[in-house]
Design a protein. Structure first.
Lengths: 519, 172
């Protein structure tokens, strides 16, 4: 069923992700987004490309998630006046994506009065000049030399007794780099402003120097903790371009790998969430369980985090009967321990005290901000790309969506527990119904043309990859999209009114990726 | 409370024997005198700096503190400030956006200022290499004593690199 969106003529995008696309003019761009926003749709990703060599203009794409699936609006933006109608009034999460597109390609999102709502650099700190656009095709990969202005105007908060706490980019724990600017009164947070982009290392430019096959390895290193989700999304996008259908066994193995990635990450987070409440017992127990999972990964698939196990066309690893037996035994053991530890966590008065009503993201705020994944599910939004619209092989596995309404740290803990248990169930089902046959197909030709789209529900949320071929085996453009783009702004809202010492706990309960959104 | 104690008793101690050192990982001869090493003993303070990694190496650094590797059991602990650190554990290719922060962190670290570069990216820039946004390997920005390859290196390999940085230097 094709979605109806402001009378636009939508063409289906081939491949496993349910998606449609259409070229739009500036008026339709706004109308399409308005229609999506008015009917409960959200912005899944926004990125720009340099198509001056092919079409004489830049292209800005808005990928909208609507009821039926994804809709990609493609707007040509002329070089002479590289402006396009901005979307952050409809989708607040567009703001940072638009700023990133401005930094990388020099396309500006403008309001109807011609102004740019936020002209500050996002990915561009001081590493390159403001008039240099590294993702343009005529910009050398090495850069143009020269530093830009790295200063950043944080939004000031004034009033009696208000002061600021700057934190980062180098943090006190073993964390990725980013800067947090707290404006506080006493111990209460009035406002948090994040400044990210510190780990920007030119991934999108790097993709353009690679072949389509090589890109899979880089995609698996956009955010190391979600390597399976990215590798799958990339493979799905490339398979869409090359009209390749992975074998049923390969798809089941991919799902097995994805669920194991989810289990490992959730176990680690549950350990840290206990630890951040002063319950070191929780850290030790959950990290013991996580280590067991990682060791079995290494034994069964050759890599603790399953990097490079998913390849375009299928998988590079297979499950031997002894490995399947070991994983089934592990699932039984893990489930029993998990239920035991869950009872301890839920009964623990210290955890209840710290986690309940702490860092609340209200369902309404979550919807407004277009929050995705685990954080959305903990704030009352039952979205999960595995279940709806679903992608193979999940239709056969019937995944159940875990959800909670309270939107606090406790809710995000509950959802993690539920999701591990569900992943263990899925793992059992996959292993018990694993189809025979091959695990890797040769890829077909990759013609130049519209992007292929990959859409996978990783442990943190949906991971999207949009991939274009240059028609000669190389990557013309690849945009990997992390759920953290949407969820970082939600963290700013969740901490309002909480005390500063609760921030590490709230932050960990979201556990967002810096690398994934910095690119 | 009794459930927690029961669980602790049931699980028991899972810590494994730490690895030995590996001179092959050494990048430069560090002049640590015997006095410094005696003072450090095995109580080493580490400051981790992510200079642009994909966060894969961070997963394994976290794992160092799990009960199997139990790094703290060796007297080695992660500290919150470079001013409290003896050793910097640095991951990533150095993104240009982190270059200054990494330099400043290095400057803020008191002697002996040991540096262990972690992962393929830390060793040679890895898959990201050098470009407009990346300075590549850690040694392009600050002096590196020991570099441990891997994508990501296992906790045992990282532990070995840390122990190499402090212990083998004793013989110099």
């Amino acid at each position: 069923m094709t979605p109806a969106l402001a009378g636009l003529a939508l063409a289906p995008v081939p491949g496993a992700a349910r998606a449609w696309r259409t070229a739009v003019d500036a008026r339709q761009w706004r109308a399409g987004c308005e229609a999506a926003a008015a009917t409960g749709g959200r912005l899944a990703a926004l990125w720009a490309s340099d198509d001056r060599d092919r079409a004489g203009s830049f292209t800005v794409r808005a990928l909208l998630a609507v009821f039926e699936g994804l809709v990609c609006l493609e707007l040509a933006v002329p070089e002479a006046s590289p402006n396009y109608p901005e979307l952050s009034d409809l989708f607040p999460s567009a703001a940072r994506m638009q700023r990133a597109a401005a930094d990388l390609l020099g396309v500006r999102a403008v309001a109807p009065d011609g102004s740019v709502r936020d002209a500050r650099g996002w990915l561009r700190h001081g590493a390159w000049r403001a008039d240099h656009y590294p993702l343009r095709r005529d910009a050398p990969a090495a850069g143009a030399g020269g530093n830009g202005d790295g200063r950043y105007a944080f939004v000031p908060v004034s009033g009696d007794g208000v002061h600021e706490i700057p934190v980062g980019p180098v943090h006190a724990g073993i964390i990725e780099p980013g800067h947090f600017r707290f404006s506080i009164v006493g111990e209460r947070v009035l406002r948090l402003e994040e400044r990210l982009g510190y780990t920007h290392k030119g991934i999108e430019k790097r993709f353009e120097s690679m072949t389509l096959e090589q890109g899979a390895r880089l995609a698996g290193r956009v955010s190391g903790d979600s390597t399976v989700a990215y590798a799958w999304a990339y493979a799905m996008a490339l398979e869409a371009i090359t009209a390749t259908s992975p074998a049923p066994r390969a798809l089941h193995l991919r799902a097995l790998l994805l669920e194991r990635e989810r289990i490992a990450n959730h176990l680690g987070d549950l350990g840290y969430l206990g630890n951040d409440c002063g319950l070191a017992f929780g850290f030790v127990q959950f990290w013991r369980l996580k280590e067991d999972v990682l060791r079995l990964n290494a034994e069964a698939f050759g890599h603790r985090y399953l990097m490079d196990c998913i390849v375009p066309g299928g998988v590079a690893a297979d499950v031997t009967p002894p490995a399947a037996t070991a994983m089934l035994a592990e699932a039984d053991r893990l489930e029993a321990e998990l239920r035991e530890l869950r009872a301890i966590y839920y009964d623990h008065s210290g955890l209840q005290d710290r986690c309940i009503n702490c860092g609340r993201l209200q369902p309404r705020t979550a919807a407004l901000l277009g929050v995705v994944g685990l954080a959305a599910r903990a704030s009352g939004h039952a979205m999960d790309a595995r279940a709806f619209p679903g992608f193979a092989p999940y239709g056969q596995l019937e995944p159940r969506i875990a959800s909670h309404r309270n939107g606090d740290v406790a809710a995000r803990i509950v959802v993690r527990f539920e999701e591990i248990l569900e992943s263990l169930r899925l793992q059992r089902r996959i292993l018990e119904t694993l189809p025979g046959g091959g695990t890797r197909q040769p890829l077909g030709d990759a013609p130049a043309g519209a992007p292929g789209i990959g859409w996978v529900e990783g442990w943190r949320g949906e991971v999207i990859v949009a991939l274009e071929s240059d028609g000669r085996g190389g990557i013309r453009r690849c945009h990997p999209h992390d759920p953290s783009w949407q969820n970082w702004p939600a963290l700013e809202h969740a901490v309002i009114g909480n005390i500063v010492p609760d921030f590490p706990l709230i932050n960990k309960s979201f556990n967002l990726s810096y690398a994934g959104a910095d690119l | 409370m009794h459930k927690i104690l029961l669980k602790i008793a049931q699980v028991g101690i899972r810590s494994e024997k730490p690895p030995g050192t590996d001179e092959a990982l050494r990048m430069r001869a560090t002049q640590l005198n015997g006095e410094v090493l005696r003072m450090l003993g095995r109580a080493l303070a580490i400051r981790h700096v992510d200079a642009g990694s994909c966060n894969g190496c961070e997963l394994e650094i976290h794992a160092l503190n799990n009960p199997y590797y139990n790094l703290e059991g060796l007297g080695i602990k992660f500290v919150a400030s470079p001013r409290h650190a003896d050793l910097l554990l640095v991951t990533g290719p150095v993104s240009r956006n982190m270059e200054e922060a990494l330099r400043r962190t290095y400057e803020a670290t008191p002697e002996p200022k040991l540096v262990v570069a972690v992962g393929d990216c830390g060793c040679d820039g890895g898959i990201f290499g050098e470009c407009y946004a990346s300075r590549g390997r850690i040694a392009n920005v600050i002096p590196v004593d020991v570099a441990v390859p891997g994508c990501p290196p296992t906790p045992t390999a990282i532990m070995q690199a840390i122990l190499t940085a402090v212990s083998a230097a004793a013989q110099r």
